[in-house]
Design a protein around this ligand. Structure first.
Ligand code: HEC
Length: 100
């Protein structure tokens, strides 16, 4: 009997976990890759989040690697969720300066 209860409990917890994984974006930090943003969504997010204190720095000014560092440094200032952080990093990488 005890064994049955714990198995039932295990299954209940398991199905909860599966349920919460199907919740779309915003599930920050669950290790799931975030869906890529469209061109406009990326720009909108960038300008909204990164243009509050200074004009958004032109995407082509830095390389993808440099952008990753800036987003990390500015993430706290911008109140980014980890999903937004990943999406911004991807958006900037796509528009970054090509050469190193
Ligand atoms: C709360 C204000 C604030 C927000 C929001 C903010 N920044 Fe900044 N940012 C600054 C300040 C202040 C500086 C000046 C240098 C410093 O203090 O590091 C700066 C400097 C920079 C620089 C280097 C200077 C340059 O012109 O090249 C980059 C790149 C940058 N920010 C990118 C970003 C990105 C990307 C975001 C969004 C993820 C962002 N910032 C959001 C305040 C902010």
């Amino acid at each position: 009997m005890v064994k049955f209860v714990s198995v039932a409990l295990f299954l209940a917890v398991l199905s909860l976990c599966i349920a919460c994984q199907s919740v779309p974006a915003g599930g920050a930090g669950d290790g799931q890759p975030e869906p890529a943003l469209s061109e406009e969504e990326g720009r909108e997010l960038y300008e909204r989040k990164c243009g509050r204190c200074h004009d958004p720095v032109p995407e082509g000014r830095y390389t993808a690697r440099q952008w990753a560092g800036f987003v990390r440094a500015m993430a706290v200032r911008s109140n980014l969720t980890s999903a937004q952080r990943e999406q911004l990093t991807n958006y900037l990488a796509e528009h970054a300066r090509r050469s190193n």
